[in-house]
Design a protein around this ligand. Structure first.
Ligand code: THU
Length: 161
């Protein structure tokens, strides 16, 4: 028997003004997208913005449904749109902001497990890491250099053989 240690390193910025300019703009796009979230059941609004290697910025937000499981998270709304519209483009960076509609939080909100699995699929597909920046609604922003830092031991295509 041996012990296997898994470590991830995240960077934490004090606020969006500390981010590199292009990432700050990407986070601002996510903040704008968050305002259009359709979340009448949870009142928890999430915005996502993706920067593609072809220069496109793709945004998405959570879309809820009276049949709760039929709704979709912001991250997957954005990433599936990118995959559908620009199948050959690589996703370089992703910015996420999330929090309740009626209060502010400075706790960075990471993507949920299902979204991590979806993002992992595209990281494997494009053979290049996706930088993920995530925040609450104000203050601190966390950065992971790759989805694999948020989801070690991913289930991917290599295991299907
Ligand atoms: N949500 C997201 O959009 N992304 C996540 O990573 C976590 C959760 C949404 C789903 C639902 O509309 C609301 O936030 C509350 O869970």
């Amino acid at each position: 028997m041996k012990e296997v240690k898994i470590e991830s390193i995240l960077l934490v910025y004090d606020g969006i003004e500390e981010l590199p300019d292009e990432v700050k703009s990407l986070m601002e796009a996510a903040q704008k997208a968050r305002k259009n979230a359709y979340a009448p059941y949870s009142n928890f609004l999430v915005g996502a913005a993706l920067m593609l290697d072809n220069g496109e910025i793709i945004t998405g937000n959570n879309q809820e449904n009276a049949s709760y499981p039929s709704g979709l998270c912001a991250e997957r709304t954005a990433i599936y749109y990118a995959g559908a519209q620009f199948p050959d483009a690589k996703i370089l960076k992703m910015a996420l902001t999330a929090g309740p509609a009626d209060s502010q939080t400075n706790t960075p909100v990471p993507p949920c497990g299902a979204c991590r699995q979806a993002i992992a699929e595209y990281e494997v597909k494009q053979e290049q890491p996706i930088e993920i920046y995530f925040m609450g609604t104000v203050g601190k922003v966390a950065k992971s250099g790759s989805l694999s830092d948020l989801l070690p031991l991913i289930f991917d295509r290599s295991l299907l053989k």
